[in-house]
Design a binder for this molecule. Sequence first.
Ligand code: IPD
Ligand code: CA
Length: 284
Amino acid sequence: MTTSTVPALPDGVTVPALRALALSLATEAGDVIRTLRPERVTVAATKSSDVDPVTAMDRAVEELLVARLTTERPEDAILGEEGDDVPGTSGLTWVVDPIDGTVNYLYGVAAYSVSVAVVAGPPDPAEWTVLAGCVHDVVADRTWSAGLGEGATLDGVPLPPVEPAPLARSLVGTGFGYAASRRAAQARVLTQVLPHVRDIRRLGSAAIDLCLVAQGSYDLYYERGLNPWDMAAGSLIAEEAGARVVGLHGAAPGVTVTVAGRGPALDQLVGLLEAADADAPDGA
Ligand code: IPD
Ligand code: CA
């Protein structure tokens, strides 16, 4: 649990109420995805590159989330991965990823999630305060949630404290971007991390990756190029479970590089990534 101060909220709004709404939205969306996933999923469009797909379900679930939010919280803004952005007047923004792990969803690999968070301040990881968040793992039907200063839970049960592991025995999650030049740079950085750790995992859903750090299933996680919706809910869940979520060179975590973990191993991983120039320009 963090001791972060909750900023002034609009009248009648509380962190527990926001958390309950995030949980209800993410689990309802997850039920829809589980029930309606067709046997054969097809690509509806591509985004940042030919290998960055969007499916009809990504769009339908974002529409569902936006419809629910505009009814329940009409004064709040919405920032969604599929672009259904809505302006607001309350100073709060819902940051939503209808399917985090779309490539897994497309191929039927069992690691994709719905991520719903609400932030105060600009919806930018360098400036926001995440108030509440929920990540629902669709296939496993498990749900992590957190509220600022309230701790983090898995299926309603508080996550227990996790003992930090030494770097050499750390299981490290990571991910890769969709641009070829970024991937080449990420592969180079990986060669400088892998010799120092137990092993690497590339699950394909950054939101679940951060929750795995929260519950201690991963010791560490790092990735370059996350978008706000990939990390909003998961970063709060990790921090409320006692992990630290940081950037390189003292910067905030965010689109450049996000690193999560505990103890000295986290600082050592940051050191390895800085030495490998993991945030150097890569043409993406
Ligand atoms: C992606 C996943 C993946 C991460 C990428 C993200 P998407 O989100 O979180 O694990 O490596 O950086 O873009 O495209 O499946 O919503
Ligand atoms: Ca995503």
